[in-house]
Design a binder for this molecule. Structure first.
Ligand code: FES
Length: 98
């Protein structure tokens, strides 16, 4: 059985350490925006908050799971692309995208 689709978002913070982190790069604000977009699209995709996805210098980072694409250096204009990828991923998993 296929695991349900979810969106993993890095919420690691290293504020004041001189090292980049996704919270320092704005991931918390992006979560609010993409949650609203997911709801507007009628998608049932939970957002899973994780501490570091291993690409800290390229944050904010997100990943579609299970085993979906990675997104780095995300900003507000890139969110529609992630929504489109989510929809395509769900269609593929459902077997309706062929
Ligand atoms: S701090 Fe976000 S990927 Fe490491």
């Amino acid at each position: 059985m296929t695991k349900p689709v979810r969106l993993i978002v890095c919420v690691n913070r290293r504020l004041g350490t001189g090292q980049r982190s996704c919270v320092g790069s704005g991931s918390l604000g992006l979560i609010q925006s993409i949650e609203a977009m997911i709801a507007d699209e009628g998608l049932e995709v939970p957002i899973v908050r994780r501490e570091c996805l291993g690409r800290c210098e390229q944050g904010p980072t997100m990943r579609i799971a299970p085993a979906g694409p990675f997104f780095t250096e995300i900003d507000e204009p890139k969110l529609p692309l992630i929504i489109a990828q989510l929809k395509a991923f769900i269609e593929f998993q459902d077997g309706s995208g062929s």
